[in-house]
Design a binder for this molecule. Sequence first.
Ligand SMILES: Cc1ncc(COP(=O)(O)O)c(C=O)c1O
Length: 459
Amino acid sequence: MAKKLNSKIWPATAEEKNGVISLGGCSVIDLASEFGTPAFILDEADFKARALQWRTNVENSFGANAGITYYAAKAFISREIARWVSEAGLGLDVCTGGELAVAMAANFPSERIEMHGNNKSEAEISEAIDYRVGVIVLDSFQEIDRVARTAHTKGVVQKVLIRLTPGVEAHTHHAISTAHEDVKFGFSIASGAAWDAVLATTRHESLQLQGFHAHIGSQIFVTDAFETSAARLIGMLARYKKEFGSELPELDLGGGYGIAYTEKDDPISPEVMLSNLASIVAKECEKNEISIPQISIEPGRAIVGPSMITLYEVGTTKDVQLEDGSTRWYVSVDGGMSDNIRPGLYDAEYSIELANRDSKAELRRARIVGKHCETGDIVIRDVDVPSDIVPGDLLATPATGAYGRSMASNYNHMVRPPVISVHNQKARIIIRRETHADLLALEMDDAPRPLPSAEKGHI
Ligand SMILES: Cc1ncc(COP(=O)(O)O)c(C=O)c1O
């Protein structure tokens, strides 16, 4: 009998039978032999269900005031994902020309695209406006002028949000906390920059200010930081009403909703998180005597994170004597920091399971490491796994869908792994494995040539 795996950290269709893990009805043994390892395996049904669940919960919690649920493309994007997101009725948050290019290649409905980024180039702004993206989130004074100028030149009135820094310390790793004062994102409310940004934006006829945005950080488990942030943003909406005599229609509360990477993580469900946010928004709007605006959010990790696993093959195992006389057991897999940089970047913790067979062996404490030339190339620092793991075994790491493939690198000239989508006992490649030829194709045997100023005799 197949046994369901803990759906807190595994995709909904993950099962185990005689020690073999399967996803979408496809066994990891088949997946590894067909597509190789390391590989990201994506549970299509799980992704689609989560996307829909977030959108539906926004609609249930905010009712007539439900705005767009934007899927944050940075967590993981491909054309196919963009299509699923669109079909589920969500919007798409993109923050570079590259992410926008994927959206355009998927014919993503432009009015449901939100363009982010703290340093958008002229070219990115121009492309976004040409594609008629629904909204651009303004992040600096230079950018207000840039977007205004570009929109004016194209004869367009562009809807914009202003990204605010509400001065909130989210309870998460400092590198993914984004709304305290000392960050590169947005305009600080406390320093007055935020209000100056409102004045600067409203001076331009080519910009239509819709409201405010804040993203306080990622992997957040509690609502208190959202509460403070929403209160400060709503304070700004109230100030706008007081000074301009009209109301701004939109408030975007960002993403950052936490997920479980290990059994000890206890995230709040979307239902609870969103109904808490809805009460906070209603209370603050009432207090500030403004109407409740359209509320949009931008979950990334909470949608794709739990939908994907990484499948590795064990290459070597090694006992290492430590100075204190104890032994550390190193288990090396065929990927590592090039497919999952999060442990190195944020000390992120993951779980791992032997995936290709049953084992009755005692558990043994192991350090699961990758194959890169870095001591910090750790997949999981300390984990108890069957002591009979040997080269050739498959290991599966759940909850690697967000910021895994999307942050993957070619360090050590490793090729980036494929993303294989599984559904109803069928598997298909949605992103193929890179090849050495792909990497070598970037190299040029170009002849040296003078640059323009040298040609003009200026140097
Ligand atoms: C502006 C913005 N929105 C949304 C997100 C998505 O965050 P998460 O994937 O944690 O939901 C991020 C992540 O960095 C972000 O910067």
